[in-house]
Structures are given as C-alpha cells and as structure tokens.
Design a binder for this molecule. Structure first.
Ligand SMILES: *Cc1c(COP(=O)(O)O)cnc(C)c1O
Length: 227
C-alpha cells in the first residue's frame, strides 16, 4: 500500500505547487495537513515515513488514541472537528492546534484546561452557511470571539478556518472567509492563518489565500466505514 500512498501524496503536492504558482504564491507558505480520520494509526506511520509532519483528526477519542499510538513519530496533531467543552482537557493534551473554536465557552474551557502547559494555537471556525446548526461562529460573531481568545492567558489566536458549504461555488465562500480573516487580523495582526480547502476544493482555497489545507481522501484513499 505504501507505493500508491506515496503516489497520491506526490500528486496532491504537485497540484498544490501548481495552484500556488497560478495564484502568484509559494507553496512553501502553505501547510498541507493530511486528514487521517477513520484510518488506523498504521497509516499515520506510513505518512510520517513519507515526510508528512501535520495530520488532522475530527473526533477527540480518535485523536487521543492515535496520538498515543503514534507517540515518537514527531507529527503535529490538528484537531478539526466539533469540540465539546468537557473534552477540552483531552483535546489540549493531544493537539498542537485546534481549528474549530466557535464559541466563547469553548475558548474558556480550552484556556482553563491548559494551566501550566505551553500555549495552544487556535483558529476561529467560521460558519459560511445560513444553517446555524453547522459548526462555526456566524461571521458577525467572530470579532468578539477573537477578542475573547486574545484576552486568554493560554491560547494563541492564529487565524480562521472554514468548510465550504455544499451547493455554492467554493471560491465565493472562500472569498467571504478571506474577509473574515481580515476581521480577525484587525484584532490580532499576526493571526494570518487561513485553514481552508479539502479534497474537492483545495485549489480554489489556495487561490483565495489558504495557508493551511486539510486534505483527506485525495491522499489517504477512501475512508473506511466510520467506527
Ligand atoms: C474530513 C475533513 C476534511 C478532509 O476531507 P476530504 O474531503 O477527505 O479531503 C477536511 N476538513 C474537515 C473539517 C473534515 O472533517
């Protein structure tokens, strides 16, 4: 299996290079996170051998279990799923970056969970749909959320994250996300990360300034059924 995995990784990286060049950007300024959800820890070992340094998980139990199994590999764990406040401590123990901060109670829980630890990098997740039930803060709420994070002792605000809504041209959604990124930078000027772009839309995300791509299936192959 390692060969096809290496091929898929190389082909995605070539597409990232091309999209960056087309946008007048350098792929050196873009972090490719491989989303490994539902896949076994052995896949993360194979990815690490291929030089992958950033992996993403969307469920706390899986993050906790796999990061323990992969101890010593030197990969950085990105938590990209909806976070429950009661899981803040476990998330904080395993993740280097939390992309999905979307409410003040979660800011406070993650901050409180980190006493005595290194600061945690976080992103404000923006809901780009009209459906309030989706993950992410509404665009008109992100300024106050950014201020809350900026005022915390143990969290470092790095930027914004979003998933492009279904049924809309992704470029239009990513353009709105770029506006939200500007709002966050008005609070914390060096919060310059934009986490956007998945298997189906990472090239459009790069065209709209994404700095962190979260790519699963195009690299890992189809996901096994959810456990
Ligand atoms: C699963 C997931 C991804 C990766 O999706 P693919 O379509 O497999 O690339 C990216 N972001 C989030 C938040 C996810 O849950």
């Amino acid at each position: 299996m390692t060969q096809p995995l290496a091929d898929r990784l190389a082909s995605v990286d070539a597409r990232i290079d091309d999209a960056a060049r087309a946008a007048g950007r350098s792929s050196a300024d873009i972090t490719r996170i491989v989303v490994t959800k539902f896949h076994p820890a052995s896949l993360i070992r194979d990815l690490a051998e291929l030089g992958v340094r950033d992996v993403g998980e969307n469920r706390q139990q899986e993050l906790t279990a796999k990061s323990a199994e992969c101890d010593g590999l030197g990969v950085r764990w990105h938590f990209i799923g909806q976070a429950q406040t009661k899981k803040a401590r476990a998330i904080r123990r395993a993740a280097s970056v939390v992309h999905s901060v979307d409410r003040e109670r979660l800011v406070d829980a993650l901050d409180a969970a980190g006493e005595g630890q290194d600061p945690l990098d976080v992103l404000v997740q923006v809901n780009l749909t009209d459906d309030e039930g989706r993950g992410g803060a509404a665009p008109d709420g992100i300024e106050s959320l950014a201020e809350r994070i900026a005022g915390s002792a143990g969290l470092v605000l790095r930027g914004v994250m979003a998933v492009a809504p279904l049924g809309e041209e992704p470029g239009a959604a990513f353009a709105r996300l770029a506006d939200c990124a500007g709002t966050v930078r008005s609070v914390v000027p060096d919060a310059t990360w934009i986490s956007a772009g998945m298997t189906g839309d990472f090239e459009e995300a790069i065209a709209h300034g994404a700095t962190h791509l979260r790519i699963g299936a195009a690299i890992t192959g189809p996901r096994p059924p959810r456990a």
